[in-house]
Every structure is written in structure tokens, then in C-alpha cells.
Design a protein around this ligand. Sequence first.
Ligand code: PBG
Length: 344
Amino acid sequence: PFPAPQARQDEAFGGSLGLTRRLRRNRKADWSRRLVRESVLTTDDLIWPLFLMDSSQARTPVAWMPGVDRLNIDEAVRQSAHAAALGIPAIAPFPFVEKSLRDPTGSEALNARNLMCRAVRAIKAEVPQIGIICDAALDPYTSHGHDGVMDGETVLNDASVHILTQQALALADAGADVIAPSDMMDGRVGAIRAALDANGFEMTQIMAYAAKYASAFYGPFRDAIGTNATLIGDKRTYQMDPANSDEAIAEVALDLDEGADMVMIKPGLPYLDIVARVKDQFRVPTFAYQVSGEYAMIVAAAQNGWLDGDKAMMESLMAFKRAGADGVLTYFAPKVAERLKAGG
Ligand code: PBG
């Protein structure tokens, strides 16, 4: 029937503009939007960071991250099994270390019976199909909250790398599938790669926190692992300046030369330009970390009724895919996987 009803409407307001290209045509119905969609988010894109604690209690809430709990080892095993059943490929556990176990050199990090190593062994034994990605960094273990060892006010580079290498070996020995150096010392990827190879861990992967910025968005994480009150100063002498982009390219190039199998950009959404640039330039497996502060912003706004939390969650994760990320570390992982399983 011509003219179509909307054409008659247009007529009433002065007629068609006579456009050849109308990008709205492809958006007119759900089937069409699905057909022309450029990026897809699947459960295979998700890495779930979780918090461990030594406790008889199964869970305690992280105050600054509503909906996130610290888990004891038994509960971490159960939740890892749940994540695996949902199809989440990998988890990234972080420990809340008792304050009495922290010291200036982070010596508890090298204890083969520490919380992380025991948890990794337990999860590997019960849920062998899930990948386990473990941070190499000393901040959960140091009394000053820094990722390395200090001489006065200075975080020492090479001394820290020697300790981080030992930490990586302890984690690999416990069964970590991937070592993720998050310390931002120079040369740590190469040193860890060499040590892993020399000790029979040739197949242990390295996901480098290649471009990790000195960011305010880590605040809630430091509440989760109990370093917020203890951190002396800030991390600007080793984590990157938020103003820099070329420097991220240099960091990624070095980490790849030193043997990184995958690279990560952190934080996530505020640094999407870096994600896109790194993926465009290097064409290697590239991940983004939607950090604790990004999680907290979405959840807090949703709790106030200021935005639709689920929609903001899905949109933020789709943005990572659009930017070129191969996957995302996100505290939303189980929630997203459940949603995708239910049909999006
Ligand atoms: C520690 C580490 C941090 C995060 C991951 N590993 C904190 C920091 O560098 O202070 C932050 C993760 C998050 O905020 O979700 N090396």
C-alpha cells in the first residue's frame, strides 16, 4: 500500500528528505540489528577475579564491592566449579593475607603452603578444567602494601624481580596455569620466563599486566585484600602515568620480547584507547581488566536507581569487545555468564 504510513506522516511535516543512505534502516528490527552486529560477547571472553581468605566462614562481604565476597578455600572450590559449569574459561584468585603474615619483603609470598598455593592446589584437584591465572606481585604480602621490596622510599626494581620470580615458581608448582606479573617492575617477564623454563614449567603461560596505570580505580580492590590502610604513598614510580599512550606500546613490545603469551591493559573502560591501539599494533591475545572501581561505579549507581545495572554491565563488556579485546577480567563474570546462558 503506497504511500507507506510513515511517508504520509512525513508529508504532513513537509515531505521526505530524499536520502539515499539511511543508516536507521538496518536498525529497524531486532532481527536486522542482530544480523549487522559487529561484535559479540560470549562466556568464552570472561575471566573471573575472586578474593580468597583463610577462614572457617565460607564468605565475608567486601564492603566497597557490593555483591562480591571473599571466599574461603572450600567455597572458592565450589564457586570455581560453578564458574566452570557456566563455561567461564578461567579464574584469577587474589588473597587477603592476614596482617600478621605481612612483612617488608613479602616473604609469605614464597611460602609453598600459603593461602594462594593451597587454594590453587585445591581448585586444580577438584576443577581441573578451569584455567587459573595468578598475580605475581608482592602487595598482598608486604607490610607497606607495595608490589616489590623497598629501600627507604624507593621500590627496588631488580631485587623485587628476584623475589617475584621465586613467587612465580611457587605458584607454578602449586598448579597455576598462567602467571600474571602485575608488579610493573622492568624485566620481570623475562626473568619469570627464564625461571619457569629452567624449572620444567615451559608450558606455564604468562599474561603480562603490560600496561598497568597508577589508577584511582583500584581503591575497592585494596579494601578487598586489606591493603588500603597499609599502603604507604602511591605506586607512581612503577605503575604508568595515566597521561601516556606511546609508553604503553613500549611496555607491550618489551613484555612480548621477554616472552609474554598474552598482554593486558588495566584499568579497562577509561583506557579503551590503549586496548584498541595495542590490539591494532600487535595482533596478539589482548585482555582488559575491568577493575574494582569500575565495578563499584556501576553497582553503586544501580543501587541508587541511577542506571540499569545489568544493562550497564553488558554494555561496558561489549565495549571491550568492540575495542578489540579478546577477553575481559571482570567481577561480573558469573552474573554475565548466567545472563548469556539465559539468552542474553
Ligand atoms: C596488585 C594488583 C592490583 C589490582 C590487581 N593486582 C592493585 C594495585 O596495583 O594496587 C587491582 C585490581 C582491581 O582494582 O580490581 N598488583
